[in-house]
Design a protein around this ligand. Structure first.
Ligand SMILES: NC(=O)c1ccc[n+]([C@@H]2O[C@H](COP(=O)([O-])OP(=O)(O)OC[C@H]3O[C@@H](n4cnc5c(N)ncnc54)[C@H](O)[C@@H]3O)[C@@H](O)[C@H]2O)c1
Ligand SMILES: O=C(O)C(=O)C[C@@H](O)[C@H](O)[C@H](O)COP(=O)(O)O
Ligand SMILES: [Zn+2]
Length: 363
C-alpha cells in the first residue's frame, strides 16, 4: 500500500494589536472556514482568471454553512480603483452585510489590495482574509494589512492599514500562474534578500531555475523566508512610522514607472528596475560598495527580470516620485542600503545626484 505523506502547512505568526497567522502549504482551502467563524455571509472578490478557483471556493464555503456573495472585479490594476471599490460596497449593501460578515480576496496582489480596502472602509472595518494566488501576493501583498487603490495622481494613494484575520498562501495556486507573473513576484523576494535576509540571495544564485519552479522546495523556502521578513517588520511597525519604510526599497522609482506606464507594467518588473536604481543611488551617495550594487543586477538578470528603463522618461519619473508616500513636503526620501541586510533612509538628495543614479538604469 502506498503511504500518503500529508505535509502540514507552515504557520508564520504576525504580531501586533491584531495578531494573525500566514499559512503556507498546498491545498489549504480547508483552513479557510475556521478563519471565518461567526460570519453568516462572505463576499468573495475575484477577477476572471481566477473564476474556476472562485467557484470551487464558493462551493466549499457554502458547504461550511456560509452564504457566499461572489463579486467579479476587473483584472489586475484595472480593479484597483475607487469606482470598483464603490461597486463592491454597493454589493455589500444590497446583501445586508453586517459587522460579523467577512470579505475574501481571492487573487493576486491587486485583488487582495482592493478586497482589504473594501473591508477596511465597510462599516469602518470588517474582517477580511486574503487567499493569495500569485507569488507576489503570497510573499508581500497579502501580508501586513496595507490595503488600497490607485488614483489618477499615482499608485496606492488611497488606502488603509487594516490587518487581515489570516492569510492563505496555497502554493498549488501557483501551478496556473503565468510564468511572467511568477518571475515578477521574485523581485519582491530579492528585495527581502537585500534588505534583511541575504540567504535568499544565496538560494537564488545557487539555482535560479529552481527559484522559478512552483513545485520546487527552493521556491517554498524562498516564499517562507520572504514572508518571515515581512511578518517581522509589520509586527513591529504596522503603520509605517519607521522600520516598515524599508519594505519600500526600490519602490520610489518603481511606482513612478508604473504611473508613467499607466499601470501596464507588472509591479514586480517595476520593482526590479527600482532596485537597480536604489542600489545605484546608494553607491552614488557613498552608502554602498559597487560590488553589492553589481550583485543586484546579476541576481535580477539571472531571473530574467528587467533592469533598464527609457532614458527620456526621467523628467516624468522625477515628477511622479514627488508624490511618493515617503516624501515629506518637498523633501524626497529614499530607502538605500548601507550594506547587505542594512537599509537606511536617504533624505533630500540633490536632483543631479538622482539623475546621475538614473544613468545606471538607462536601457
Ligand atoms: N499591500 C501590499 O503590501 C502590497 C505589497 C506588494 C504589492 N502590492 C500590490 O500588488 C499588486 C501586484 O500583485 P501581483 O503581482 O499579484 O499582480 P496581479 O494581482 O495584477 O496579478 C497578476 C496577474 O496574474 C493573475 N493571477 C493571479 N494568480 C493567478 C493564478 N493562480 N492563476 C492564474 N492567474 C493568476 C491575475 O489575475 C493577474 O492577471 C500591485 O497592485 C501592487 O501594488 C501590494
Ligand atoms: O508593505 C509595505 O510596506 C511595502 O512597502 C511593500 C511593497 O512591496 C508594496 O508594493 C506596497 O504596496 C507599497 O506600499 P506604498 O505605501 O508605497 O504604496
Ligand atoms: Zn512592492
Amino acid at each position: 500500500m502506498t503511504e500518503l505523506t500529508v505535509t502540514e502547512p507552515t504557520r508564520i505568526d504576525v504580531g501586533g494589536d491584531t495578531p494573525y497567522q500566514v499559512l503556507v502549504g498546498r491545498d489549504l482551502l480547508g483552513e479557510l472556514p475556521p478563519m471565518l467563524a461567526g460570519a453568516e455571509q462572505a463576499a468573495l472578490l475575484y477577477a476572471e482568471p481566477l473564476k474556476a478557483h472562485a467557484e470551487a471556493l464558493a462551493a466549499r464555503l457554502d458547504g461550511a454553512g456560509l452564504r457566499t456573495v461572489p463579486i467579479e472585479v476587473p483584472d489586475a490594476e484595472d480593479g484597483k480603483s475607487i469606482g470598483v471599490a464603490a461597486g463592491c460596497w454597493d454589493a455589500l449593501g444590497a446583501n445586508g452585510f453586517t459587522r460579523s460578515d467577512v470579505v475574501i480576496g481571492l487573487g493576486g496582489g491587486a485583488v487582495t489590495d482592493l478586497a482589504g480596502f473594501v473591508a477596511a472602509a465597510w462599516l469602518r472595518g470588517v474582517r477580511w482574509v486574503p487567499v493569495s494566488t500569485s507569488l507576489l501576493g503570497m510573499v508581500d501583498a497579502a501580508v501586513g494589512g496595507k490595503t488600497g487603490v490607485n488614483t489618477s495622481a499615482g499608485k496606492n494613494l488611497v488606502g488603509a492599514f487594516h490587518p487581515p484575520a489570516g492569510v492563505l498562501c496555497d502554493l498549488a495556486m501557483l501551478d496556473t500562474l503565468p510564468h511572467a507573473d511568477l518571475v515578477a513576484g521574485l523581485a519582491e523576494v530579492v528585495k527581502c534578500g537585500f534588505i534583511a535576509d541575504p540567504a535568499i540571495l544565496d538560494l537564488i544564485e545557487a539555482g535560479p531555475a529552481a527559484a522559478q519552479d512552483p513545485a520546487s522546495p527552493a521556491l517554498r523556502e524562498l516564499v517562507e523566508r520572504a514572508i518571515r521578513v515581512k511578518a517581522h517588520v509589520v509586527t513591529h511597525d504596522l503603520r509605517e512610522s519607521g522600520l516598515r519604510e524599508f519594505l519600500n526599497y526600490g519602490h520610489t522609482l518603481a511606482h513612478a514607472i508604473e504611473k508613467v506606464e499607466h499601470y501596464r507594467w507588472r509591479h514586480g518588473h517595476a520593482v526590479s528596475v527600482g532596485l537597480i536604481y536604489a542600489a545605484a543611488l546608494s553607491v552614488a551617495t557613498g552608502h554602498l560598495s559597487p560590488d553589492v550594487a553589481a550583485r543586484h543586477r546579476a541576481v535580477l538578470t539571472s531571473l530574467g527580470l528587467p533592469v533598464a528603463y527609457e532614458a527620456d522618461a526621467w523628467p516624468a519619473l522625477l515628477a511622479a516620485m514627488r508624490v511618493d508616500k515617503k516624501a515629506r513636503g518637498s523633501t524626497l526620501r529614499f530607502v538605500v542600503l548601507d550594506g547587505l541586510g542594512s537599509p537606511a533612509i536617504l533624505a533630500g538628495p540633490a536632483d543631479d545626484v538622482l539623475e546621475a543614479a538614473y544613468r545606471e538604469v538607462i536601457a
